[in-house]
Design a protein around this ligand. Structure first.
Ligand code: GUN
Ligand code: ZN
Length: 484
């Protein structure tokens, strides 16, 4: 019954992994569509045919339903939903956060989730509002942690339990929460209470909260971002190390006449054409989709297709090592996502420690690219470069004689010896015409080289085009007069 997670490939802190629950295994990152048994715009069986390996439904709705409660207890959830993949059940916590109370206890909901045959059970955690003050948040967190301990005690160490991380917007409380969830032995950790942050586009706070939680979570924990379903933020969330998403967005947006894309959503009234390759969009014009009697279902299908396609794109980016490029592209579709991206880049020194050594390529996409993990990693490694006493760094121009070592220059990384010319990141990096930001960043690499090699005399060769910036960034360093 136990839950196990294995990471197969990684990029930044994102990973492609295998989540095993009992005898079932799913690939991650994965989207778990939310199923409401009373309102199935797309059935679980259709979802399975679209490649969905896991879904999530609400145990509280089942437990309160005259129509479904007894059937679920008698036949099991998989039979009622006609789905043989992984089914995760949420407790009643979401209702708790919306309505303030639920008529069920922690052990009652967990027993019910067990009895209907759910694959992953969620305790009755408290999703504290981001507007709550610190005392309230800390009090809620203490109750959540007590319920998680109770769940482990009552149902045993191998029960397929999720351990939600709470703590509101307080980074230290998130960290404490994550540490205790680890100490209690939960291998599967949803980060909770982030829906209000995403609904109000507070992506910077979302990144802070997730990064704080991740600081204390073991890399072997599978991380679920509770309620994240808009495809434009999957790349960003995956880069932080989130493995699972769940969302009712595909259905909620459809109900509202909204058409999802990986760059944002459109009101169906505003579309003159359907910019998507899915079967719905290829077999309907925008006008036909608007007028279709089953428009809500068609929209839900399209929304689900694009959401699943974005998960596939994120997986491919991880294998290729191009997740930063995808994050950059997606986060430029909304200024508040750009805030989240910039916040993530501010954590790059930490992320650099997790990032992999070699990737397919590095595409420079503007100033933000200078802050990427690969640049930090490369510049850190400059300290280990063996150098003679007299070293020439050729920024742009020709090398000259009389030096023990000659290094070349590739912005935004900095100096490199010819042996590294073809290796990552120097070789596979694609940059446009040099700009000031990348040259400045490359100069920081030269500065690191100089600081870590006090026994070497470093001389720079650069053209008049970049001399101004080089003098600003590397004041005090020697620039050769030789013709370059
Ligand atoms: N769904 C969205 N957010 C949450 C959360 O914080 N906890 C639980 N249990 N479900 C959620
Ligand atoms: Zn479509």
């Amino acid at each position: 019954m136990a839950i196990a997670f294995e990471s197969l490939y990684s990029d930044i802190a994102g990973r492609i992994g295998k989540l095993t629950v009992g005898k079932k295994t799913i690939r991650t990152p994965a989207l778990l569509p939310v199923i409401n048994p009373h309102l199935q715009l797309v059935t679980p069986k259709e979802m399975a045919s679209m490649g969905v390996e896991a879904l999530i439904t609400n145990a509280y709705i089942f437990s309160q339903s005259r129509q479904f409660r007894e059937r679920a207890l008698a036949e099991g959830l998989h039979s009622v939903l006609d789905f043989s993949g992984v089914i995760m059940t949420d407790s009643g916590s979401f209702q708790l956060s919306v309505y303030g109370e639920v008529s069920i206890t922690n052990t009652e909901t967990l027993s019910f989730q067990r009895d209907i045959g759910s694959d992953i059970w969620v305790p009755l955690d408290i999703p504290t509002s981001p507007t709550a003050d610190r005392d309230t948040t800390a009090r809620d967190l203490a109750i959540t942690l007590q319920r998680l301990a109770e769940a482990k005690e009552v149902f045993g160490p191998d029960a397929p339990l999720a351990g939600p991380v709470q703590g509101g917007t307080f980074e230290d409380l998130r960290e404490k929460s994550a540490r205790e969830v680890m100490d209690l032995g939960f291998p599967f950790c949803p980060v909770g209470a982030v829906v209000p942050l995403m609904e109000s586009y507070r992506y910077r706070d979302l990144v802070r909260v997730v990064m704080a939680s991740k600081r204390a979570l073991s890399p072997s924990a599978c991380v679920h971002l509770f309620g994240a379903g808009h495809p434009s933020m999957f790349a960003l969330a995956t880069a932080m190390g989130c493995d699972l998403f769940d969302s009712a967005a595909y259905a909620l947006y459809a109900k509202d006449g909204r058409y999802l894309t990986a760059h944002g959503s459109y009101r169906i009234e505003d579309l003159v054409d359907l910019p998507c390759a899915c079967s719905v969009c290829r077999s309907h014009s925008a006008e036909e989709l608007r007028a279709a009697p089953d428009r809500e279902r068609l929209l839900a299908l399209h929304n689900l297709y694009v959401t699943l396609a974005e998960i596939s794109r994120v997986r491919q980016a991880i294998v290729d090592g191009t997740l930063w490029e995808l994050v950059d592209e997606r986060c430029r579709s909304h200024p508040r996502l750009l805030d989240g991206y910039r916040e993530l880049l501010s954590h790059a020194p930490t992320l650099a420690g997790h990032d992999r050594v070699s990737k397919r390529r590095f595409f420079y996409r503007g100033d933000e690219s200078c802050l990427r993990t690969e640049v930090i990693r490369y510049q850190q490694q400059l300290a280990r470069l063996p150098l003679g006493q007299k070293v020439l760094v050729v920024l742009d121009g020709k090398p000259s004689e009389g030096y023990d070592d000659t290094l070349f220059f590739r912005p935004p990384f900095g100096p490199y010896p010819v042996e590294l010319k073809e290796t990552f990141p120097i070789g596979p990096c694609e940059i446009p015409e040099w700009d000031a930001a990348m040259v400045r960043k490359g100069c920081q690499g030269i500065r690191i080289l100089a600081d870590t090699h006090p026994g070497s005399r470093i001389v720079l060769a650069c053209s008049s085009r970049w001399e101004g910036i080089v003098r600003q960034e590397l004041s005090g360093m020697e620039i050769t007069d030789d013709e370059v």
